[in-house]
Design a protein around this ligand. Structure first.
Ligand code: ZN
Ligand code: ZN
Length: 229
């Protein structure tokens, strides 16, 4: 499981919906120490004795509390969890040593990038080889700047260490598109500064997919299982 920003109760409810028992989880991987990603990691790890993987920066934030079982991701070097190869990806985001992930199993690759204010040549190179992608489409720039957030927060969200706008996500997608990419999930969508329909329409149009092919990760419902084959 990558990140957990929910209470234990809510996490168990969501796992049940996916028909996963918590003791089936092999590991918890942390992307960074912002509350919406980390607040449930400690309780879930302690309750079910699940090992946590995190960068030193995320761990030093202290937001996981005391952990019995954890491993440090050193220097963004890849590692293995059961049959899954995990490739850490360094991202520009205003946290301590934030880390997103690419996973590979049986030759299929899935990358997850939930929080990044901009993208780097390394990110483009990694994403170009993926069969599936979960990508942040946080805000529409117009809606953010016209919206109710205080000015300082607008600058943070819209800055190079904040969050990806729809425009940035589309630019990134255009530079990583390949025949290999079969699954695209738009995620970390702001309820205040974006609209799922706008994300689906603009992303699909820019990469020549149908609107329905662009999956939306809803904050409340999430999404079900997908298979890469
Ligand atoms: Zn964040
Ligand atoms: Zn976040």
């Amino acid at each position: 499981m990558v990140d957990c920003g929910f209470t234990l109760k809510e996490t168990l409810k969501r796992l049940e919906r996916l028909e996963v028992a918590p003791n089936e989880l092999d590991a918890l991987l942390v992307t960074h120490e912002h509350q919406d990603h980390i607040s449930g990691i400690g309780p879930l790890s302690r309750k079910f004795d699940i090992p946590v993987w995190s960068t030193r920066g995320s761990l030093l934030s202290g937001k996981c509390g005391k952990l019995e079982r954890f491993s440090i991701i050193e220097g963004f070097r890849e590692f293995q969890i059961a049959d899954l190869k995990v490739v850490p990806i360094s991202v520009p985001h205003d946290a301590r040593e934030p880390c997103q992930y690419m996973f590979e199993v049986a030759g299929k690759r899935l990358a997850i990038l939930t929080d990044l204010g901009s993208y780097t040549p390394e990110i483009i190179a990694t994403l170009s080889t993926c069969d599936g992608l979960l990508l942040e489409c946080n805000h529409d720039e117009e809606m953010l700047w016209q919206g109710p957030y205080p000015r300082s927060l607008k600058q943070r969200v819209g800055g190079p260490l904040g969050h990806m706008s729809n425009r940035q996500a589309i630019e990134l997608l255009k530079s990583v598109m390949s025949d290999r990419l079969k699954l695209l999930i738009a995620s970390h969508i702001s309820e205040q500064n974006n609209c799922p329909d706008l994300v689906q329409t603009s992303v699909a149009e820019s990469i020549g997919w149908s609107k329905e092919e662009v999956i939306i990760a809803q904050q409340n419902e999430g999404f079900g299982w997908f298979t890469l084959d």
